[in-house]
Design a protein around this ligand. Structure first.
Ligand code: GLN
Length: 558
């Protein structure tokens, strides 16, 4: 070994995975940017319902990776699952293109197509996402695992470069308004078509280059059929897979159903949200009930659970990007960006842009602090992430406070929000992934990643619920005025609308009452944003207070 120079270069396969993931995220985030606007403007849904669909869709996209990971491990292998997932997502986007082409003449067909498309994309994402991420890990032989942190930083940049491009192209061609600000509701289809083409390119890139580059240093193909893989990557003497007893599985089944019943009937969550929350909790319980766990292993798993719980609030706040924040960008924002009217769905592009700009400086910052022995432990970084997201909403809350029903928010505040949220993301998201890797006993590693992804899924579901409590924005007041209705008075209950007026409001997707959250009425955008400040701020403080305990439970892992 001594005469072999240390190889600091990354395998070429990383760049193939980078390119494939970049096109896939183009397809995913490009479509995400315009989805809710399409649901509201073309399929005539209420913003509230669009937010719930959006949250459920994203949540399910993080539930199906469990299935995709399982199918790859047992049957098809990573490569086939990536190809299958890519083709499914391209097909799903094409169905959305079809839906956005026919809604003008047949809205019920368009709605059916939209549901089928989202279903296919959810499963496609489930096959694609876990497998491409785990292939990044398997590119590096055991002695080169130290390069993994940098590899994942590069990969995270690929993700966000794709997100940036998707959020640039799909809004430009899909979210089109004329000079008078009137939207072309038939343009969304081009955005979905671009997403479909991007996914086809990504799949083709992977198909063509995989055999040459996605290989071991000896040139053997990676991620093939599981029957052809060997277990050389595992430590000797350690079992690779967790095996649960039949009794444990039956109890887990009963717990899953009972929790489901409570979440659905007592907490009044829809079936999709119930499925997400209940699977996460059950899987978490199943893992810790395993009797083979040592005390140290169990302690570390509890740390994963505690962190996973707190980051639910992070994603719930962060994922307002494609729903409430897009609606606000659309309806109550001055989007003049250096003399150009930016499409509302494009405003979220600043997240991807800032990640690409800051991912490397952030990892350099952690390296620097580590060299000085002052690097915060992972849960501390995550509490900083939560505090930053609370700050981002606090700034916005104060800027919408005096807007009233007709004032416009300056776009710079949304850009600042995305800047702060990106710093928060970089403190929390990549760190979370590597923390799970470091704390998990090997035999439970993929299941614990499953729990972690399910906490992301729960965050998205909560994002849907929180997005749906956005109160009426300026456009609703203007529209109501055109209909001869004083919406403010209706919301304040100082006038009682006639049944005709109620019908008119509902036909125009305007609610006649303020939303309620946890027993509180949300009267305006200030109160709406303060919900996020309180939730994420409290989460930050509690996680911060818990860090000394967590540090102990981590037993030396940072
Ligand atoms: N933005 C990242 C991605 O799309 C992370 C999202 C997440 O982990 N929830 O992969």
């Amino acid at each position: 070994m001594t005469d072999t120079p240390v190889n600091t270069r990354h395998p070429k396969g990383l760049w193939v995975l980078f390119g494939t993931e970049m096109w896939e995220r183009f397809n995913f985030y490009g479509m995400r940017a315009i989805l809710t606007l399409f649901l509201v403007n073309s399929l005539m849904m209420k913003e509230e319902d669009a937010s719930l669909i959006y949250g459920g869709f994203l949540g399910l996209c993080y539930l199906t990776p469990m299935l995709g990971g399982f199918v790859a491990d047992r049957f098809f292998g990573n490569r086939n699952c990536i190809l299958l997932g890519g083709l499914m997502m391209a097909a799903g986007q094409f169905l959305l293109f079809f839906s956005a082409s026919v809604f003008g003449t047949n809205i019920s067909l368009a709605t059916t197509l939209m549901w089928s498309a989202l279903g296919i994309i959810i499963f496609g994402n489930g096959f694609f996402k876990p497998n491409i991420s785990s292939m990044v890990g398997s590119l590096y032989p055991k002695q080169e695992k130290s390069k993994l942190d940098t590899a994942f930083t590069i990969f995270y940049m690929g993700i966000n470069l794709g997100a940036f491009l998707g959020q640039l192209i799909c809004p430009i061609i899909g979210d089109v308004k004329d000079n008078a600000g009137i939207r072309d509701i038939h343009a969304f289809k081009w955005g979905f078509l671009a997403a479909s083409v991007a996914m086809l390119i990504g799949t083709a890139v992977f198909y063509v280059l995989k055999n040459k580059y996605v290989v071991t240093p000896e040139g053997k193909p990676l991620g093939g059929l599981p029957s052809k893989n060997d277990a050389s990557d595992f430590e000797e003497g350690e079992s690779q897979k967790a095996v649960f007893s039949q009794k444990a599985l039956i109890i887990a089944g009963i717990v899953f159903l009972s929790l489901g019943a409570i979440i659905h009937f007592v907490f009044d969550q829809n079936l999709i949200y119930t499925l997400i929350y209940s699977s996460g909790l059950t899987l978490a319980g199943l893992i810790v009930s395993d009797t083979s766990l040592t005390k140290v292993e169990r302690d570390r798993i509890f740390v994963i659970y505690i962190v996973a719980f707190f980051i639910i609030f992070f994603w719930a706040a962060f994922e307002q990007a494609g729903s409430s924040l897009t609606f606000i960008a659309d309806n109550q924002t001055d989007r003049n960006f250096f003399g150009w009217q930016m499409p509302p769905s494009m405003v979220q592009i600043f997240n991807g842009l800032f990640v690409v700009a800051f991912a490397v400086p952030f990892s350099m910052l952690w390296d620097y602090l580590r060299s000085k022995d002052r690097e915060p432990i992972s849960p501390m970084k995550q509490s900083i992430g939560l505090a930053l997201i609370a700050l981002s909403y606090f700034i916005i809350a104060y800027n919408v406070k005096d807007l009233g029903n007709s004032g416009l928010l300056a776009i710079k505040w949304l850009i600042l929000l995305y800047l702060i949220q990106t710093c928060a993301e970089l403190c929390l998201s990549p760190i979370g992934l590597s923390l799970v890797g470091k704390l998990s006993p090997k035999r439970f590693s993929s299941l614990l990643y499953g729990v972690f992804f399910l906490s992301n899924a729960s965050g998205y579901a909560l994002a849907g619920t929180l997005g749906s409590i956005m109160p009426a924005t300026g456009d609703k007041f203007i529209k109501a005025k055109e209909l001869g209705i004083d919406l403010q008075a209706v919301l304040d209950k100082t006038v009682t609308p006639t049944s005709e007026q109620l019908q008119l409001l509902s036909k125009n997707q305007i609610s006649d009452h303020n939303p309620i959250f946890a027993g509180f009425e949300i009267h305006n955008l200030f109160e709406f944003f303060m919900v996020f400040v309180v939730l994420t701020g409290l989460a930050a403080v509690i996680l911060f207070a818990l860090t000394p305990v967590l540090k102990k439970l981590m037993h030396g892992v940072r």
